[in-house]
Design a protein around this ligand. Structure first.
Ligand SMILES: [Zn+2]
Length: 308
């Protein structure tokens, strides 16, 4: 796997033009050289009439380097896609369509918005594998806003103006591994047991600050540390740090979350967190790049230019 750039300058150098981006895509898909997705043939030639498209010498199928990626039907240059994905993958706080538009000099807000939406679609529910081993779990309430109001809510017992979130953090080697966040309607035992069922693998141990609620599952061991809310951050340091980062991020990036999109925001936060040390993986995920180790997608097979 080719090294991923560690800085803007390296990125600019590595992906300086369309040909460089196309070569990267080809290398990601065919590290050992071209393989026809239709017949498995290894001989092909680049078409002069269609950019970055290879025609199979055996069956005649034409395959674009964009096929099977998020860039497939886009009219935008590869360099624009690559820059947008790089900015989105490396900005720890995320980047808005307005920022993408101005930084990449795009003509319209709509173009920028569509570009961001397509890249961000990789972040929606990206992590379906359940957590395992030791898992810290807790719940929190975060303020949401409506229209241009300042964040509603505030301190107190009422959940009005707040959205409820359940969090789970895998603890490995004394530190946080992967996380999951789920928007929930209430803190009832049924709801929390449902979160455990969906996010934690059987055989795991969950660590919480409650006696009840999380203990409903027979397949997951429960290790409660009930020591009062003031000290919860000591018993459950990682899930509390995640909540703290989430709240800071929510206020900083979007000036407060909107309830309608809460789970999408949570998915984006989880995507960034779980790939915080693997920017290259984040970059590839955003562009929808399917490496040769993964199965060929249906999308790739039905791509129009693939019909030879
Ligand atoms: Zn072929």
């Amino acid at each position: 796997m080719s090294a991923f750039p560690r800085s803007l300058l390296e990125f600019q150098h590595q992906f300086s033009d369309e040909a460089a981006c196309a070569a990267y895509l080809a290398k990601q898909r065919w590290p050992e050289g071209f393989v026809c997705p239709s017949c498995g043939g290894k001989r092909g030639w680049a078409l002069e009439t269609k950019q970055w498209t290879t025609e199979c010498a055996d069956c005649g199928r034409q395959t674009s380097v964009r096929a099977g990626t998020v860039m497939h039907r886009g009219k935008l240059p590869l360099t624009v896609w690559f820059w947008a994905a790089y900015l989105m993958a490396t900005h720890s706080n995320g980047i808005s369509a307005t920022q993408i538009r101005s930084q990449l000099g795009l003509g319209s807000y709509k173009t920028a918005w569509l570009l961001c939406a397509k890249l961000r679609s990789a972040m929606v529910a990206p992590d379906r594998t359940p957590l395992s081993g030791l898992v810290e779990m807790d719940e929190t309430a975060i303020p949401f806003r409506t229209h241009d109001d300042p964040p509603a809510g505030g301190q107190g017992r009422s959940h009005q103006g707040k959205m409820l979130v359940a969090g789970a953090v895998e603890v490995t080697d004394g530190g946080p591994g992967c996380i999951r966040l789920r928007a929930i309607p209430d803190f009832s035992g049924d709801t929390l047991a449902g979160v455990v069922k969906d996010t934690v693998a059987p055989g795991s141990t969950i660590k919480t600050d409650r006696w009840t609620g999380y203990s409903a599952s027979a397949e997951v061991a429960h290790d409660p540390h009930v020591i009062g809310s003031m000290a919860a951050h000591i018993a459950l340091p990682w899930v509390h740090r995640v909540f703290s980062n989430l709240k800071t991020w929510a206020l900083g990036v979007y000036h407060g979350l909107r309830r309608k999109h809460l789970q999408a925001y949570l998915d984006e936060f989880v995507f960034r967190f779980n790939r915080r040390r693997t920017r290259h993986a984040a970059f590839r995920s955003l562009l929808g790049i399917v490496t040769s180790k993964e199965p060929i997608t249906y999308e790739m097979l039905i791509a129009p230019e693939a019909k030879g």
